[in-house]
Design a protein. Structure first.
Length: 311
């Protein structure tokens, strides 16, 4: 049974005339009459008394009319609700970021800003386990509207977004700082650059993460060659932070993620300022994305950064 048959039957019950009902349904009378006949065959009962003028409904037709009106009304209401959901989903801002930036920047900066402008982001929490290139691919494949990430010229895979199709805003500065657990006297257990005879245990990042190429690039350009022996590699700064706190070695961690821990005194800087690595925190989007909420959000961010220098 087709829904349009129910609509045909309701139109016929209202007009009591095949020709006028066919006009109302924008079909020819033969086509309309055939569809009413198919409906009756499906129901295995006569719904229209064709021997009266004007036409009338049989007792079965009267019962069927009530159900047909109820079904078409429910279907219409359901369709409207589905369309509202579709429009709402299309206007949502799909947001992805790394685990580190979610914990150290989104919760403290982006989320309060969204509350100020009364806007909500749809956060893809699965992105917290992605590799670096996955974020770029997500934006390029239009699986997200906004990407929040670290930027440094040594991050090669992010250069794909240098294309004029993409736009970015530098919303804050960050610093990767070398950290070590402290000893009983409050001094760092491990201090850069280390010694050849006794290299420092190093807790690093995997090569396909955002931060490993940045650290590698920076260390290669130091006057003193750091003496490091890789103990383990991780994707997330939170994991490196945990191992550093337990005294396993030295690791570079975003400063925003370490501030509270540094203040407690159980972790200290493992080197002088020359070992610190500057980063940018950026938002990226496609310039061809027509989501109206995205445009509103982007302009609000842009204006605040223009006024204050950062978000």
């Amino acid at each position: 049974m087709e829904i349009r048959w129910l609509e045909d039957f309701i139109a016929l019950a209202k007009t009591r005339h095949f020709s006028r009902a066919a006009d109302e349904q924008n079909v020819t009378q033969p086509t309309f009459s055939r569809r009413i006949k198919l409906l009756e065959e499906e129901m295995r009962v006569t719904l229209i008394d064709r021997n009266t003028l004007p036409l009338s409904l049989t007792p079965a037709g009267e019962v069927f009319l009530q159900s047909a009106e109820l079904i078409t009304r429910q279907l219409r209401d359901t369709k409207e609700r589905c369309q509202e959901i579709r429009k709402q989903e299309e206007s949502q801002i799909r947001f992805v970021t790394t685990q580190t930036l979610f914990l150290s920047f989104y919760k403290e900066v982006i989320e309060p800003f969204c509350q100020q402008i009364d806007m909500e982001l749809d956060i893809n929490m699965k992105s917290s386990s992605w590799l670096g290139i996955d974020f770029v691919n997500s934006l390029m494949d239009q699986q997200c509207d906004i990407m929040l990430c670290y930027w440094h010229p040594a991050i090669n895979f992010i250069r794909a977004l240098d294309d004029e199709q993409y736009d970015h805003i530098v919303i804050a500065q960050e610093t990767l700082i070398p950290c070590s657990a402290t000893d009983a006297s409050g001094e760092p257990k491990f201090t850069l650059p280390g010694a050849k005879r006794k290299p420092l245990p190093y807790i690093g990042y995997y090569e396909n993460s955002f931060l490993q190429p940045v650290i590698h690039h920076h260390l290669q350009r130091q006057r003193e060659i750091p003496q490091l022996q890789t103990l383990s590699e991780n994707y997330h700064s939170v994991s490196i932070k945990a191992m550093v706190k337990e005294g396993y070695g030295v690791g570079w961690i975003p400063k925003r993620l370490m501030l509270d821990t540094l203040n407690y005194g159980k972790v200290a800087l493992a080197g002088e300022e020359n070992w610190n690595i500057p980063l940018e925190i950026r938002l990226y989007r496609s310039r061809f994305n027509q989501n109206p909420n995205l445009n509103q959000f982007w302009e609000a961010i842009k204006n605040k950064v223009a006024r204050n220098g950062s978000l």
